[in-house]
Design a protein. Sequence first.
Lengths: 115, 301
Amino acid sequence: MTTDPEDGRTFHRPPDLFPDRPSDPFPGRMAGAMPGATPGGSRDAPRGAALAEAGLLPPERVALVDLLDRLLAGGVVLSGDLVLSIADIDLVRISLRALIMSVREPDPTERGRPD
Amino acid sequence: MADTTGRATTGPATGPVNGATAATGVYLYAVAEEATGAGPVDLTGVEGIPVRTITRAGLVAYVSTVPLDRFGEEPLRRSLEDLDWVEETARAHHGVVEAVAETAPAAPVRLATVYSGDGQVRDLLDRRRDDFRAVLSQIAGRREWGVKAYAGQATSSPGGVPAASGAAGTERPEKSEEAESPGKAYLRRRQASLRGREERWREAAARADHVHAALAAVAAADRRHRPQDPRLSGRPEWMVLNGAYLVEEGREEEFAAVLDTLRGQGLDLQLTGPWAPYSFIAVDFGAEAEDTRATDTEGTR
């Protein structure tokens, strides 16, 4: 859907619906991998792994909500001589309302409620 | 509006031109230092429109010529109600910012910033050269990482409506005191449940503060975004931290190591990034800057 994922970078995770991984209460993922390792040594293996794993996601893998956090609350704000004078706060409200509505709308369980 | 000092780009919009209204505007994505090497090539931006550059004062603005019948103020207001449009535009904007940020320190511009012509953009680069320079020097060699923390419980926040009243009624403890009326018993259970939830919330919030402090200690700057609504995050748990960290590229390993040590302590930590440093240039270059916004971001050390 989005326009330009072809920027030549390599991505090592297959696309899935939510970049959010399922909840993992004990993410000591290397735990089983080092039977005799000293506690101190165990840290070397995962070092940087998390960053590498999460890095290099193609643009469409980024969760929209994370993106909007940044695009609507960050970045250089310019005003004055613009074509547009959309107040900052308006933009946030409008977009989030659109988001929330879209999240709610397709939920059939909501519509089937007797109340 | 009438400023068409730039190249006369004939955009696709030759539609209703009334009077002196120009049919196109200039959509601004990012401002970067003029790259010593080659910048990104063949970028496409919003609505698949090619991206071009405007160079001035050692700075490069990345822009697209956009039709005002879709990027004028009124059409934009309508479009912003359309989630598909918002998503496509946000992703296109992001795609350009990312590509630019890979080649040079770049300051992303907030979504949907449209000028009436190239001349205005050149003027902006002239007038704000020092401001842009200052911002760019802050973020050079650093990248933004996001860390979100979820508390394990899939319950509503203390402030919210308590999950259906049935939740309180499901576990019926055997009546220890026959004298207690069902109403009183209900209230007692209800209060206990609220207290328990508030306690869990406070604990989770304290853990989140700890996580944030530990990560911030390794970061050049930090910022906490508002926690995402479960309807938007897609996860029912409490989000207790929605942090952004500007990390020196040389300290990313360290940052990851610290993050690893924080895992498994009751919060589910989720890392996103690397991001272009959106969260750390929330500066307002407007004439009448509301200084409420920039304050929480100036953690730069």
